[in-house]
Design a binder for this molecule. Sequence first.
Ligand code: SPD
Length: 294
Amino acid sequence: MKQIAFLTLAALSSNATSYEETLYPNWRQSFTIKHEVFREKTEIQDLVIFDNENFGRVLALDGVIQLTEADQAIYHEIVAHVPILEHGSVSSVLIVGGGDGGLLREVVKHKNIQRIVIAEIDPEVIAMSKKYFPSLSNGAFEDPRVSIVIQDASQYVKDCQEQFDVIISDSTDPFGPAQVLFTQEFYGDCKSLLKKGGIFVNQSGVPFMQADELKLTVKNLKPLYKHCTFYTATIPSYVGGPMAFGWASDKKYRTSEETLRARLENVEGELYYYTPAVHKASFALPGYMLSMMK
Ligand code: SPD
């Protein structure tokens, strides 16, 4: 795991070029580029990979930071392990997007899971992530339980004939290719693929900065399920406060910390962020988020 070091005056005064995220019109985060690794306009989106002194290797799509080596484990662990361990008997998982393989790396740690489908629209994201971030997927794409489908996930969920215990939407933000992944139609199609007791989870942005993204999830997801809420985690490179993850299921889950600890025994490999206590706490929401959810 890349450790964040203190910024030095030398780093600040170097004349390296920088990568400016264009997610917000009136406010920017900027990364100094130590070394540009890869830059391409794929058939789907702009893909840039570069190294930064503090965050390590960084992947950006269409001007938006998708992950950094330093903090990706927080995102991928909380997105994967919360629904899977809350459910308790997951045998199949559908990942929507997630072509970088970081989420897949966490899902394959669950030895009881028998089948994992990943539906990714852009084959270049998979290929370049395997090439330039080999430890991100850590061999997970080659796991025999994994099927890779190169297709727009919104079409995949329409045509799919199989059912899943957990569906996780590891998408970009709701514009460009991912816009369709925040619609009621998509959420409805996902619901029809969930087994009894199934759970749907998605990334819903950083609510302090992206209130509209959270409200969009609420508007389109909530009417479809008996139980819809959010949980959160703070991921430093998704700036502006905690990120929210939409949670939807027709079953009410209230798994105890003790049970989560017992279920964690079935997870192989090291964890950086996830603990059962963090899991429970992640469902405690601040007032400003509760107001947005009304
Ligand atoms: N605002 C950026 C949100 C990015 C969420 N997707 C990250 C993909 C990592 N697998």
